[in-house]
Design a binder for this molecule. Sequence first.
Ligand code: FAD
Ligand code: NAD
Length: 476
Amino acid sequence: MSEREFDVVVIGGGPAGYPAAIRAAQNGLNAACIDEWENHDGSRAFGGTCLNAGCIPSKALLESSELYHRASSEFDRHGISVTELGIDIAAMQSRKTGIVKQLTSGIAALFKANGVTALQGHGRLLSDHRVEVTTADGKKETIGAKHVILASGSVPIELPIAPVDGQDIVDSWGALEFTEVPKRLGVIGAGVIGLELGSVWHRLGAEVVILEALDDFLFMADAQIAKEAAKHFKRQGLDIRLGAKMTGAVAGKTGVNVSYEDSNGKQTLEVDKLIVCVGRRPFTSELLADDAGVALDERGFIQVDEGCRSTAADVWAVGDVVRGPMLAHKGTEEGVMAADLIAGKVGEVNYDAIPSVIYTAPEIAWVGKTEAEVKASGAAYKVGTFPFAANGRAKGMEQTDGLVKLITAEDDDELLGVHIIGPVAGELIAEAVLALEFSASGEDLQRTVHAHSTLTEANHEAALAADNRAIHAINR
Ligand code: FAD
Ligand code: NAD
């Protein structure tokens, strides 16, 4: 029997893989996308970790929990009284599931509209660009392709001393599916997931203790922003314990018994649920036949060049399974780039202008270099900061925590980095990303008209402050 032939076959239908398939089809190529994602209820869906168990469900719960928190702690300041405020976790979860379903079925519709062949099953790259597809019922088919894009994503790193059982000790996916608010919640790892999901359940009433192995808090962020974040999280009541080396976690009848060591010696902690979120690792299980010719690096990522070409000719790899930050938008841009390069078009990802966002309250977002990185480069630089406490819109919103920090080069005023902690920082950072992408100077931002009254005026004032020209703050 002759094999089905495609121009492009994408293995993995997450935010790196499905846009690659759509762009390939937009480029006039005959594309297929294979995905094996299975939800806890047995249903299948495209969208990968991001849509099914990551970005989208977590943001739905972040919003619900934030609204609850604001209603209980802030509405009175607006002169709004609320009686008998309650939480219905089942309703919250069902809203979340509805959003996920809408978006994942949207991918199926986009595939159909663009003429992408959607295949549900496991894909395995063989030699000569052939891909073996195994469906859930075990049926096998081999398809051929001129180009293959590997987008198999990542999975949580497991801690053998705290094995996930899906009940009491859970990973991030399990933590998005709690059916009630745990009274005492432990979190291992004060990274992005620990802070986001720890905040969700804390706002809904859980006592949260986060154990972090490192002595530094949010080491990847600018130190001033990390310090500001630590202050706000502490004030909110999140108990973040740094320098805590886990020694074990055992689930029993009364909860989970966690043991760890810190500078004061051996410690124990009793919690009802424990979330293990200590990072993610690239997922390449059963992905590559021995003769596929695709090399992995020493950390298990598929080795690629700057254009996402793997070591095998016409085999590309994108998203969490390759080097770089494990972010949905980074994977999407890589997928689109690969599909454009395959079609002989221009394709490039600017790895120096990828924004990071941590969806806590206040939100944290940055792009470009931190002050420590700029300092380490030896170049002279300027810093401008502006607090949201001095921004009219932030005051109206009762969201005055945080600041914008902007770093420019002393010599040519080039914009080097922008770091924001404050309301909708993830939206505000978009202006800075565009400015970096267009190689803007600090003066370019200073001379750009920002609408009044908006939070973006804090970006504007921070740019002015770098040259001691802020209008609504006392300059140095
Ligand atoms: P994935 O999304 O992991 O998708 C890979 C897909 O490939 C999966 O469906 C998998 O089943 C399938 N697959 C793997 N191997 C095969 C195979 N051999 N055959 C067929 N199918 C296969 N990032 C952000 O940018 N913003 C956020 O707000 C954000 N929030 C997050 C919240 C949580 C709780 C988590 C866990 C992650 C979050 N992330 C966020 C990270 C984001 O989810 C990942 O960076 C993104 O999903 C990576 O996309 P990907 O396509 O590379 O991989
Ligand atoms: P992470 O790398 O952000 O944080 C893991 C934390 O766990 C680190 O601070 C690390 O020092 C700590 N740690 C490691 N081993 C430990 C141990 N034994 N005991 C205590 N602490 C330990 O990883 P994550 O939070 O699991 O998130 C995984 C990935 O998902 C991240 O790379 C992130 O890019 C992505 N993600 C992004 C978003 C977003 O964009 N908003 C949200 C969630 C996840």
